[in-house]
Design a protein around this ligand. Structure first.
Ligand code: BJ8
Length: 422
C-alpha cells in the first residue's frame, strides 16, 4: 500500500480524491462478489486483481515503461491490440465504469452525455485513475458523436490518436478499415521506435487469439444447464480481460475453465435447477459497473451471457493466423474486427442475428436490453432488437440506466417482475 501511494504520487494523481475511491471499492466488491456462495476456487486470481486494481497492473506497466516500452490506452473493441503488442508496446483498456468519475467529466462535457464517456474523461482530468495517467498515448475511434468530441477535449491533456472507423460494412469499408489499421501501425512504430514485422505481428495475433480462445471456453461453460459460474463472476473476468497481461490472463482463465468443466462433469451448479437464465444485450459494462448483474442475480435469476463489448463482442471470431506478410495479416485483422456488430454501424442486422443465435446457444429464458443513459445509438437500435425478440416470442425487457444507485430499487422491482413472468 505504501508503495502504491508513492507510485500514485509519482504519477501526479490527486491522492486525496483517489483515497475516497479506494475507500468505497473494497466494500462494493465485497458486497457484490464475496457474498456469493459456492464460487469457483480459481476466482481467487481475479479477486486479487480487483483487490489491488490500482496497484499490481499499474506497477507492471510502469516497469515496462522504465525499460523503454510504451503504453497505449484504448476505449473500444474495434481498436486492434495486435498491432500495439507487435510493436513491443502494451494496450490497456481505459473505459470508466464508476459514478465516482462522472462529475469530473461533467465539468467539461454536456450533462446529457453517456456516463461511460463522462467517467472516462473525468478519470483523466481529475487524475484519479493510474491507468489513465500511465498511458503514453490514447487511441480513440470515430464510433459515436460523444466519443469523437471527447477525444478533442482529452487531446488537450494527453496525446490522442483517432482511428476513423467506417460505419457500414461494404467491401470498400473493410478495405478502408485495413488502411486505418496500417496507419495505426505506422503511428505505433513511430511512437515506440519499434518496427512491426510479420514475425512479431504473427506472435501478437496468436497472443490475442489465445485470450479470445480462453474467454470462448469460459463462455462455453456458461451454456451448460449445470451452471458452474455466476454471471457476476464471468462479467468481472470479461472486464479484467481489457487490462490484464494477455498471456497471464489466458493462462489463469484456462485454469479456471479446467475447474468449471470439472464442475459440469460433477453436476456442481451455482444456482438451483430451473433458475431463469437471462442474457444481457446492449451498451458495455465497464469496470466496476456490476450493478445489473448484481440486481438480476439477487432477484432469483442468473445471467448466462452478455451480447456486449464486455462479453461476446470482445472475443468472438479469431484473426486468421496463417497469413505471412504484414499486409495480409492486417487484412485478416480488419476482416475479423469488422465482424463485430456495434450499433454505430448502419444497418446493423448482424447484431439481431447474434442475439438470436446466442439466445439459443445459452438456452436463455429472457433478454434484458440495457442502455446506458444518453447513448442514442443503442437506445434507437433497441427498437429493432426488442421488436425482433417480441416477434420471435422471446421475452424481452428494455431498461435504461446510468452509474448512480438512485434507480436500483426501481430496477429491482422491474427485473423481479420480469423474472417472475418467465
Ligand atoms: S464497439 S459499444 S466499445 S463504440 S455507450 S460511448 S456508443 S454513447 S461504448 Fe462502444 Fe466500441 Fe461500440 Fe463497443 Fe458512445 Fe453509446 Fe456511450 Fe458507447
Amino acid at each position: 500500500m505504501a508503495d502504491n501511494r508513492k507510485m500514485w504520487s509519482d504519477l501526479g494523481m490527486n491522492l486525496e480524491l483517489h483515497d475516497q475511491l479506494c475507500e468505497v471499492l473494497p466494500q462494493a466488491f465485497g458486497d457484490v462478489f464475496l457474498s456469493q456462495e459456492n464460487r469457483p476456487e480459481a476466482m481467487d486470481y481475479y479477486n486479487m486483481v480487483v483487490a489491488d486494481i490500482h496497484g499490481i497492473r499499474p506497477a507492471e506497466l510502469i516497469e515496462h515503461q522504465k525499460k523503454g516500452g510504451k503504453v497505449f490506452g484504448t476505449f473500444c473493441v474495434y481498436v486492434p491490440d495486435e498491432v500495439i503488442f507487435a510493436a513491443d508496446a502494451i494496450a490497456t483498456g481505459l473505459c470508466g465504469g464508476s459514478q465516482f468519475w462522472v462529475p469530473g467529466g461533467e465539468k467539461v462535457l454536456p450533462v446529457n452525455t453517456c456516463p461511460l464517456i463522462k467517467a472516462s474523461v473525468g478519470a483523466r482530468l481529475d487524475r484519479t485513475c493510474p491507468f489513465f495517467r500511465i498511458a503514453d498515448m490514447y487511441i480513440g475511434e470515430t464510433t459515436c458523436d460523444g466519443k469523437k468530441k471527447a477525444w478533442e477535449i482529452l487531446s488537450e491533456d494527453v496525446p490522442v490518436y483517432v482511428m476513423d472507423l467506417p460505419q457500414m460494412k461494404r467491401a470498400k469499408d473493410v478495405q478502408a478499415w485495413a488502411e486505418e489499421i496500417t496507419a495505426l501501425k505506422d503511428q505505433v512504430e513511430e511512437f515506440t521506435g519499434n518496427k512491426v514485422t510479420a514475425e512479431k505481428l504473427a506472435a501478437a495475433i496468436k497472443l490475442i487469439n489465445d485470450k479470445r480462445r480462453a474467454l470462448d471456453r469460459l463462455y462455453n461453460c456458461r451454456k451448460s444447464e449445470v451452471l458452474p459460474i455466476s454471471g457476476t463472476d464471468a462479467l468481472v473476468i470479461s472486464q479484467i480481460a481489457f487490462y490484464d497481461d494477455p498471456a497471464r490472463f489466458a493462462q489463469m482463465t484456462n485454469k479456471l475453465c479446467d475447474e468449471l468443466e470439472q464442475r459440469i462433469r460433477d453436476g456442481v451448479s451455482v444456482v438451483p435447477a430451473g433458475t431463469k437464465r437471462i442474457m444481457l444485450t446492449g451498451t458495455p459494462l465497464a469496470i466496476p459497473n456490476w450493478k445489473l448483474h448484481n440486481i438480476v442475480e439477487t432477484s432469483g435469476a442468473v445471467v448466462v451471457c452478455e451480447e456486449m463489448c464486455t462479453g461476446t463482442r470482445y472475443f468472438e471470431n479469431l484473426v486468421d493466423e496463417t497469413k505471412e506478410t504484414v499486409e495480409d495479416q492486417i487484412q485478416a485483422i480488419a476482416e475479423r474486427y469488422m465482424k463485430i456488430n456495434c450499433a454505430c454501424f448502419t444497418p446493423n442486422h448482424g447484431r439481431i442475428d447474434d442475439i438470436f443465435r446466442l439466445a439459443k446457444e445459452y438456452k436463455v429464458d429472457g433478454i434484458i436490453d440495457v442502455n446506458l443513459k444518453f447513448c442514442n445509438l443503442y437506445d434507437t437500435e433497441g427498437y429493432f432488437v426488442e421488436r425482433a425478440m417480441k416477434e420471435a416470442g422471446i421475452p424481452v425487457l428494455g431498461i435504461e440506466t446510468d452509474y448512480t444507485d438512485s434507480d436500483a430499487q426501481q430496477l429491482r422491482t422491474r427485473i423481479s417482475a420480469f423474472v417472475e413472468m418467465l
